[in-house]
Design a protein around this ligand. Structure first.
Ligand SMILES: Nc1ncnc2c1ncn2[C@@H]1O[C@H](COP(=O)(O)OP(=O)(O)O)[C@@H](O)[C@H]1O
Ligand SMILES: [Mg+2]
Length: 251
């Protein structure tokens, strides 16, 4: 059974038709990277997977359970899905450890000492065991994003969603976050990652999905999609991303 199965997903904001009939699955243990131009619907697709956005049409299944069914127990389904955003969204008034325990005790009803033990082990996993009493404002962007990853992992997710997790970081801090994500992938975590980091996608992804204007234009292995794209739109996008200083001549 796939971890995520999406059928004929359609989402509009007012008269803007953002997702146009997306069909898509993510298998257990798979790392899928979604690439595509700004505004193509990547974030909206991710947000539909945990129903942060409600689609007008189509179905989303998480481990076989239809979360788009109005009778679905949405909180239970959502608690299996970890999400890491471009903006880290840590609680500024809580220290690192508390950021990683609060949802465990409130949502999963874990006891404080158990939650703390789990948080400590995940902070260790992201290399931040020495920062547990720090507050977010005392950390670099890369450290904050690693806390956000540890926080998501502390909920024992079946699936991790990443929406451009390194886009808000200074260039020299990108590597430490990608290193943590690479390790997670090697540990067998099922991951759906929106990213512009082509080297990461090429190395870590099992599958790359190229989206443009609300549709999946092409998908396949990184070697196929990034190394040898078939569609003109994919080629144009990759030229821009891989050589951003290239000036296109028009007319
Ligand atoms: N909450 C919203 N309300 C109105 N329009 C939105 C909203 N979220 C996204 N959009 C529009 O949907 C399109 C796709 O957005 P998005 O999914 O964020 O694209 P991407 O992540 O690929 O850059 C854009 O045109 C964007 O302006
Ligand atoms: Mg986006």
């Amino acid at each position: 059974m796939p971890v995520v199965e999406i059928k004929n997903l359609n989402k509009s904001f007012g008269s803007t038709h953002v997702l146009r009939g997306i069909d898509f699955t993510v298998e257990q243990g798979e790392v899928v990277c979604v690439i595509g131009p700004s505004g193509s619907g990547k974030s909206t697709l991710l947000r539909c997977v945990n129903l942060l956005e409600v689609p007008q049409e189509g179905q989303v299944f998480v481990r076989g359970e239809e979360i788009t069914d109005p009778d679905c127990h949405l909180d239970a389904a959502r608690s299996q899905i970890g999400m890491v955003f471009q903006q880290f969204n840590l609680f500024p008034h809580l220290n690192v450890l508390a950021n990683c325990t609060v949802a465990q005790t409130t949502v999963l009803k874990r006891k404080a000492d158990e939650a703390e033990k789990i948080a400590r082990s995940n902070l260790e996993r992201v290399g931040l065991h020495d920062k547990i009493t720090a507050y977010p404002a005392q950390l670099s962007g890369g450290q904050q994003q690693r806390v956000a990853i540890a926080r998501a992992l502390s909920m024992d997710p079946t699936l991790m969603l990443f929406d451009e997790p390194t886009s808000a970081l200074d260039p020299e801090l990108v590597g430490e976050v990608l290193t943590v994500m690479r390790k997670l992938a090697l540990d067998g975590m099922t991951m759906l990652v929106v990213t512009h980091e082509m080297a990461f996608a090429r190395e870590v992804a099992d599958r790359v999905v190229f989206m443009d204007a609300g549709v999946i234009v092409e998908q396949g292995t990184p070697d196929e999609v990034i190394g040898n794209p078939q569609q003109e739109r994919t080629k144009t996008f990759l030229r821009r991303v891989l050589d951003p200083t290239h000036v296109e001549t028009t007319g």
